[in-house]
Design a protein around this ligand. Structure first.
Ligand SMILES: NC(=O)c1ccc[n+]([C@@H]2O[C@H](COP(=O)([O-])OP(=O)(O)OC[C@H]3O[C@@H](n4cnc5c(N)ncnc54)[C@H](OP(=O)(O)O)[C@@H]3O)[C@@H](O)[C@H]2O)c1
Length: 231
């Protein structure tokens, strides 16, 4: 593809799988909360960045560092995010703040600050990693769902505002096994999300994958929860 691709949350899990899949013919700009988070430094053509986005001042520092390496970008993958599960009444204030800041506010600021670089590309594309939690009502995921629904709706409006200039896509996924490749066979693998990303960004204009929902045949997929009566 020979593209300049920026991926946040690229030190592990889904972002790392995406970076590995796209590393062959592209120049990668990989971000995590700290440079030391990158255990795999075998990428051929990658620049590594580390800033904690729960402090929003660090977003500007990241963008300034990135601008020292490039003045344009083809692809921005807004992937960095965390999930805390708790009944809302028991949620710690600091955890609410972390989720809203990292999953939502930081993604908006990263996007805003990188749009000028993307506009220098002939075929720019922004991809947001949302979640099927944005579309469901799973107990314990109130704050996470709020951030992912926020990103989903933000992306819908941004897609219209940037139409004809920058393509905007959103991935909504059910559970992904980001902790152990040999366990969790009944959920998606990080590699399957990476392949989906590759599919989305390799479609030729004017084709646009606006958003995509990913599930697993063996998963309960919201139709029935594990605690629902058996059919
Ligand atoms: N796993 C799932 O089941 C699933 C399903 C649907 C959607 N998603 C979404 O997919 C994305 C990736 O999830 P994942 O499961 O691959 O997560 P993960 O394995 O926990 O990786 C999270 C990534 O985000 C970075 N990150 C965490 N805290 C940060 C901070 N304060 N500042 C900057 N970067 C930070 C991490 O960097 P460090 O290594 O430095 O901490 C890491 O690279 C998230 O947005 C998540 O909500 C996940």
């Amino acid at each position: 593809m020979n593209k300049k691709i920026c991926i946040t949350g690229a030190s592990k899990g889904i972002g790392l799988a995406e970076a590995k899949l796209l590393s062959e013919n592209n120049e990668l700009f990989l971000h995590a909360s700290n440079k030391s988070s990158f255990k795999d430094t075998s990428f051929k053509n990658a620049h590594l960045f580390g800033q904690d986005f729960t402090n929003l001042e660090n977003v500007a520092i990241f963008v300034e560092e990135l601008k020292q390496k490039t003045d344009s970008l083809d692809i921005l993958v807004n992937n960095a995010g965390l999930m805390f599960i708790e009944k809302f009444a028991d949620f710690l204030d600091k955890d609410i703040n972390t989720l809203l800041t990292l999953n939502l506010h930081a993604q908006l600021l990263v996007t805003k600050k990188l749009i000028p670089l993307l506009l220098k590309s002939k075929d720019p594309h922004i991809i947001f990693m949302s979640s099927m939690s944005a579309k469901n009502r799973i107990i314990g995921e109130s704050v996470y769902a709020a951030t992912k629904a926020g990103i989903m709706q933000f992306a819908h409006v941004l897609r219209n505002e940037l139409a004809g200039k920058i393509r905007v896509s959103t991935i909504h996924s059910w559970g992904v096994n980001t902790w152990n490749d040999t366990e969790g066979a009944e959920i998606l693998s990080p590699g399957s999300i990476a392949e989906t990303l590759e599919f989305i960004i390799s479609r030729k204009r004017p084709f646009l994958v606006e958003s995509i929902d990913l599930g697993h045949e063996a998963h309960w997929n919201g139709a029935a929860a594990p605690w629902s009566p058996k059919l």
